[in-house]
Write a protein that binds this ligand. Structure first.
Ligand SMILES: Cc1cc2nc3c(=O)[nH]c(=O)nc-3n(C[C@H](O)[C@H](O)[C@H](O)COP(=O)(O)OP(=O)(O)OC[C@H]3O[C@@H](n4cnc5c(N)ncnc54)[C@H](O)[C@@H]3O)c2cc1C
Length: 459
């Protein structure tokens, strides 16, 4: 453990990395290599007191700071040039209380570690697919994945959060938010987005028993796009809530459409459920398997490995299937994609008894409850010279699809969206601002798209 004490005042405690240290370069890197920021100090906190000290240290000196866990922010929101990064990734204990079916999970855990620790007790938490996404950012923004339709978003399973918030003019203190105490902060932590109110250090989640699940993958050629995409969009929200599925249309150069999904049920049942898809177009590859849940998480993680290092992604929600003109927009854009790494991806969320859409849009900060699907439009590249073309393509694509879809998921943030508070938070914008004013009146926790402290939203 090291300490950094400038003059008098709170010391910075934890593992401290500064420019010139051999580990500085690795410590400053973000998942999205489009960003390459040079912080003045990175503090890897080991305990809550290190987090408190870091916030105080920064406030006492007027140093700007950002909060970081899994580093997966699409727009580089967890890093800062010339400031302090408060990183919680070395706070990663997972404690299971089987009697009460809850798990106490420190916010430095990546998803793969959460899944593994819970699987050891044959338990699961609904979460996302990429193994190294942080449980911290995932939960605060919502948390969608292959158990969503049955068990809800990750944030719907959040019962309690321990958070270090600003206190007075220069201080910081830990508080616990649950249904009884600071329930407004718990509400805001269920979809209000990372980095807005304080630094979450520990979550308490409801967990579920799990054993085997059945998974599928179906591949079609591009010529089936007009048949397959609408068929999936009608089928995915209508099928049992035990089945959550995805569809990804690759750029025309690649020429494939792939749908995958996971059923809490047998392989035989799954084969029956996917019949409508198998009877659409001409599937060229079909896989159906029953596997232990932990293997299913590894199967879905594969899609997030070996991707190009730089990317621009935007998101949206579908409240009904795309009409023919909407599918034509997808065809046009993916026919003229900047390279073979551009895709459109969708996951089912709502419909037939879905746990996501059973909750009211105002019951948690995540407002997109009635959406049937979530979209991701993405472009990836390697060399900086390709950046502008890729970003422009995503921006134009978003605009062209706008008549058919709505909003954006705060965990797929996009700096190009002008009225982002409305897009991310919909009906909940003003309530989130009230929570912000209560817990962070001096706007200590801020970044390019943090919730403003101002009274009125720009709606
Ligand atoms: C490859 C890939 C796959 C993905 N798959 C999914 C998926 O399946 N489902 C899904 O829902 N999302 C998915 N996402 C999006 C993901 O949920 C967001 O990127 C999320 O914000 C990442 O959280 P993080 O902790 O890894 O990132 P970070 O960059 O560390 O943090 C993200 C935001 O949260 C803030 N933050 C971080 N730690 C804390 C903390 N302890 N307290 C308060 N604020 C904090 C940061 O300041 C930043 O604003 C994926 C992203 C990527 C890149």
């Amino acid at each position: 453990m090291t300490q950094k004490r400038n003059t008098a005042g709170t010391p910075l405690t934890g593992r401290i990395v500064v420019p010139g240290n051999p580990s500085y370069n690795a410590a400053r890197m973000e998942y999205n290599r489009r960003f390459s920021k040079f912080p003045r100090i990175i503090v890897f906190c080991q305990r809550t007191q290190d987090v408190i000290n870091a916030v105080k240290w920064a406030r006492e000196r007027g140093v700007r700071f950002r909060v970081r866990s899994g580093r997966h922010s699409y727009e580089g929101f967890s890093s800062v040039n010339g400031g302090l990064i408060i990183d919680v990734s070395e706070m990663n204990s997972v404690k299971v209380d089987r009697k009460n079916m809850v798990a106490h999970i420190q916010t430095g855990n990546p998803l793969a570690r959460v899944y593994r620790k819970l699987w050891n007790k044959r338990l699961a938490l609904p979460g996302g697919t990429a193994p190294d996404v942080g449980i911290a950012g995932l939960t605060l923004g919502g948390g969608i994945g292959l158990l969503s339709r049955k068990y809800g978003l990750t944030c719907d399973n959040l019962k309690q959060v321990k958070m270090v918030v600003a206190s007075g003019r220069r201080g910081a203190k830990p508080i616990i938010a649950n249904e009884k105490k600071h329930s407004d902060l718990l509400w805001a932590s269920r979809g209000g987005g990372g980095g807005n109110f304080g630094i979450a250090t520990e979550y308490t989640f409801r967990v579920r028993p799990i054993q085997n699940v059945s998974i599928y993958s179906i591949t079609w050629k591009w010529r089936d796009l007009e048949k397959v995409f609408p068929a999936w969009q009608r089928w995915a929200p209508a099928v049992t809530n035990r089945l959550t599925s995805t569809i990804e249309v690759a750029a025309k150069q690649v020429g494939t459409i792939v749908s995958t999904g996971q059923l809490l049920g047998s392989g035989e049942e799954l084969r029956r459920f996917i019949q409508p898809l198998l009877q659409t177009g001409n599937p060229v590859k079909v896989m159906v398997r029953t596997v232990p849940f932990i293997e299913a998480t590894q199967f879905f993680a594969q899609g997030d490995l070996n991707l190009e290092p730089k990317f621009k992604i935007t998101g949206a929600f579908g409240f009904k299937p795309l009409p023919r003109e909407g599918v034509r927009v997808i065809r046009d854009f993916l026919s003229h994609a900047p390279n073979q790494h551009s895709t459109v991806w969708c996951q089912s969320l709502g419909g037939a008894g879905s746990a996501v859409s059973r909750i009211s849009p105002t019951a948690t900060a995540y407002p997109h409850r009635k959406a049937e699907t979530v979209y991701e439009l993405s472009a990836r590249w390697r060399n900086d010279g390709e950046q502008q073309r890729n970003i422009q393509w995503v921006t134009r694509f978003r605009k062209a699809l706008r008549p058919f879809v709505k909003g954006d998921y705060v965990n797929f943030p996009d700096l190009q969206i002008k009225n982002w508070p409305k897009a991310y938070y919909g009906v909940n914008v003003n309530r989130l601002k009230r929570v912000k004013r209560k817990y962070d009146p001096h706007n200590v926790f801020r970044f390019a798209q943090s919730i403003p402290v101002g009274k009125k939203s720009r709606q």
